[in-house]
Write a protein that binds this ligand. Structure first.
Ligand code: FUB
Length: 337
């Protein structure tokens, strides 16, 4: 009798220990309720940088390493954009990011006064060309696009021209002083380079082989609810032109079989990114996977539209070449091998 009672108590004790320990190492208990979960609590991989606010990601793959260029959001809470410098990070697995010394500041352009806004880097013949948005000094009202150059993806970068490549007075389609922002650059297999940029109106032009002068006229593309942040990438035979759509911004995209168009609108690619009215994307393929790099304002408690954080999620294609809608996650991506 005695042994049976002891065995019964031991059994009850084991059940209690089993439940309190969460049934298995894969199960966790919500401290606010008695609900048990049979998967681990998600480990945040997004945002990827947590000691600074970072925005407007521009990524390139060079010699098996990913270089990520971002604007440094330095605005106090509840104010407006305050970006004075760009930062550069590198990774060989998309998860561990190493920060390098500050490679470029808005004031490294002697004719610029402020506003290290969105940018894009491209490599050509061993040189790295960095197209940036800045605020021009009083010589040209409004935003302008400059280009810096370096022998290394990590810099140091120097103004390649000594003057702006694009100034606000070169385009007069819309009556705002910030329609010449957000440059993105593309080089065709035949060596012809193209610059795309704009806010409200999307512009493009050819670049000369020296990468620092326009070649020919500035052209226009009209896409539904184009706001800003054009980005070109290619997969197989298709070119993709993704862009910030409407405001607050979603990301939409168009496709073409020719870099000079016509472009066919394909719909929304990403929804409004948490707590941020902008949604600036970069798309790369690395070690066999496709990545959608963007920013949101979700950094715990203090993030917002002017204190943004770069995130990474996977991008997937449909069999017909169209893009599946991005699923923005807390977990982010796994280490690439
Ligand atoms: O970071 C300043 C501006 O916000 C960028 O130029 C736009 O793309 C938007 O992200």
């Amino acid at each position: 009798m005695m042994i049976r009672a002891l065995t019964g108590r031991l059994f009850v004790l084991l059940i209690i220990v089993f439940i309190q320990s969460g049934c298995s190492s894969n199960t966790s208990r919500n401290p606010h309720s008695d609900v048990l979960f049979d998967v681990p609590t998600p480990v945040p991989g997004n945002p990827i940088i947590t000691d600074k606010f970072t925005a407007d990601p521009a990524a390139i793959v060079y010699k098996d390493t990913v270089y990520l260029y971002v604007g440094h959001d330095e605005a106090p809470p509840n104010t407006f954009y305050d970006l004075n410098e760009w930062l550069v990070y590198s990774s060989t697995n998309m998860v561990d990011w190493q920060e390098h010394p500050v490679p470029l500041r808005a004031t490294d352009f002697s004719w610029a006064i402020d506003d290290a806004w969105a940018s894009e880097v491209i490599e050509r013949d061993g040189k790295f060309y960095w197209y940036v948005t800045v605020q021009h000094n009083e010589d040209h009202h409004g935003k302008a696009i400059g280009v810096a150059v370096s022998d290394s993806p990590l810099g140091p970068f120097k103004d390649a021209r000594g003057s702006a490549l694009i100034t606000n007075d070169m385009t007069e389609d819309v009556n705002i002083s910030w329609d010449d922002i957000d440059p993105t650059v593309w080089i065709e297999e035949n060596g012809q380079a193209y610059l795309f940029w704009g806010n409200t109106q999307l512009y493009w032009a050819k670049l000369k082989d020296n990468m620092i002068e326009l070649e020919g006229e500035i052209q226009r593309i009209n896409l539904p609810k184009f706001t800003e942040a054009p980005y070109i990438h290619k997969k197989g035979d298709y070119y993709y032109l993704s862009y910030a759509y409407d405001f607050p911004e979603k990301t939409a995209y168009a496709m073409s079989d020719n870099i000079e168009g016509p472009w066919y609108f394909k719909g929304i690619l990403n929804e409004v990114a948490g707590h941020s009215n902008t949604n600036h994307q970069s798309i790369i393929n690395y070690k066999g996977k496709d990545y959608f790099i963007y920013h949101n304002g979700s950094f715990p408690t203090t993030g917002d539209s002017f204190r943004r954080s770069v995130c990474i999620d996977y991008l997937y294609y449909n069999p017909d070449g169209t893009l599946k809608r991005i699923v923005m996650t807390t977990e982010g991506v796994s280490a690439a091998e």
